[in-house]
Design a binder for this molecule. Structure first.
Ligand SMILES: *Cc1c(COP(=O)(O)O)cnc(C)c1O
Length: 421
């Protein structure tokens, strides 16, 4: 299949376009100017696209089910600037653990609009959550109940949801499936009933409802909507949290459901199975942020052999999606978009698996070129690491031709400060 420049640009954040000389622009900023100012590798976000997506998500659900809330799954892009955008646009925030509570609070989020997740919460994390007044704690296991009963002070009540394993085998990578019967997340329906009874028998927890989550990068709305029935069967509650999981479009031949199709499927199922006055929550991560960003690299070497390896100055230090989930990405040279011969784009790390894109067409790549990989807004920044002494990537927001740094790159000193002996 031949792909055109327009196909490729269609994977970049909405509003991306080539400048008059063909150099790709994101949020009205030339990618070569961004590389000049902030260096490479760098994650470049179109802030306006991010805001618009948040607004569209909320409208899609509120328009169909007025008592709905969208809780952004912070773990997919847990930096203060992104969490602030989501909070400003009226979203709740899912937080997985103490650290994401702290970045959310720094972002100015209302603690009452935080939903705490985790299958292995510690006393310390629950103390942070309760101490700051986190709105909902999602109970994953019986030990969560014991811990919370201890930590919540006398005379107070902590609102919570019980997480139920939906028993859905999601068609996605094994690392992204969370809803099958043997999942480590949540309780079986039978155990969930016992947990609900225990919470209701105590005095320090208030059971608001139930939660489930099927998996991530799901491309089939029926699998997503299958989350509703298992929690509907548990009884009548105030809140039904249906989880996240809608897939993003990473490649030309992936066609995930659109927002309207997804919201239709979820609310149709809700109308059939849930009490009409109840409140539903959805928790998108990937489908909220993936398409709003791209990662910018500098080509460091082009090695022509059995295959042509185009190596860049990043890799698995800033994108673990390829090796962890097998996700395919696309790529382009930023001032020669579309066309070219197939090459293998590899990273700088000491693993053969450190490949960014295998078999992607690049037009005449040479050392010093800038290369951009689209759809890196989800789970890339959050898993960035210092493998091989990599300095973790910065995040740059672009908007109407302005670019600003929202997370700085690690300094060389950052690589040394934790070594105390
Ligand atoms: C990860 C996660 C999400 C978000 O999943 P996406 O696939 O990124 O939409 C939502 N809810 C829970 C409980 C999660 O663990």
């Amino acid at each position: 299949m031949t792909t055109t420049a327009a196909d490729l640009i269609g994977l970049f954040p909405p509003g991306s376009r080539p400048d008059t000389d063909g150099t790709l622009m994101v949020g009205g900023c030339r990618l070569d100017a961004i590389a000049e100012e902030f260096g490479t590798p760098a994650i470049v976000v179109n802030e306006d696209a991010l805001r618009r997506r948040a607004r569209d998500y909320l409208a899609a659900f509120r328009g169909r089910w007025p008592r709905s809330d969208v809780a952004f799954a912070s773990k997919s892009f847990p930096c203060t600037a992104v969490q602030r955008v989501m909070a400003e646009e009226g979203l709740h925030l899912d937080v997985a653990g103490g650290g994401e509570i702290l970045t959310a609070l720094k972002a100015g989020a209302d603690p009452a609009r935080l939903v705490l997740h985790g299958n292995a919460k510690t006393d310390e994390e629950l103390e942070i959550a309760v101490g700051h007044g986190v709105g909902l704690v999602v109970i994953d296991n019986f030990d969560d109940i014991d811990r919370l009963e201890r930590i919540v002070g006398a005379g107070r009540r902590q609102a919570c949801l019980v997480r139920v394993i939906p028993g859905v085998e999601a068609a996605t990578h094994a690392s992204q499936a969370t809803g099958h019967a043997a999942s480590k997340f949540g309780l079986s329906p039978e155990d969930a009933r016992a947990a609900i009874a225990r919470i209701e028998a105590g005095s320090r927890l208030r059971l608001d409802g139930v939660h489930t989550h099927v998996g991530s990068q799901l491309l089939n709305v029926d699998q997503l909507a299958a989350a509703v029935e298992p929690i509907a069967r548990l009884g009548t509650f105030e809140v039904y949290d249906l989880g996240g999981g809608l897939g993003a479009r990473y490649t030309y031949d992936e066609h995930p459901p659109g927002l309207d199709e997804y919201a239709d499927a979820m609310t149709t199922q809700a109308r059939a199975l849930l009490p009409s006055g109840s409140r539903i929550i959805v928790e998108p991560g990937r489908s909220m942020v993936a398409a709003s960003a791209c990662t910018l690299y500098r080509v460091t070497t082009v090695k022509r052999g059995v295959v042509t390896h185009v190596a860049v100055d990043g890799g698995m230090g800033d994108n673990l999606e390829v090796s962890l989930t097998g996700q395919r990405f696309e790529a382009t040279i930023v001032n020669r978009v579309g066309g070219g011969e197939p090459v293998s784009v590899v990273g700088r790390h000491c693993e053969s698996g450190d490949q960014l894109v295998d078999g992607v067409a690049l037009r005449d790549p040479v050392v010093g070129d800038l290369l951009a990989v689209p759809v890196t807004g989800a789970y890339c920044y959050t898993m960035s690491n210092q493998y091989n002494g990599a300095r973790r990537v910065p995040v740059v927001f672009t908007c109407d031709g302005d670019a600003r740094l929202v997370v700085r790159r690690d300094t060389w000193d950052d690589l040394l400060v934790r070594d105390v002996d």
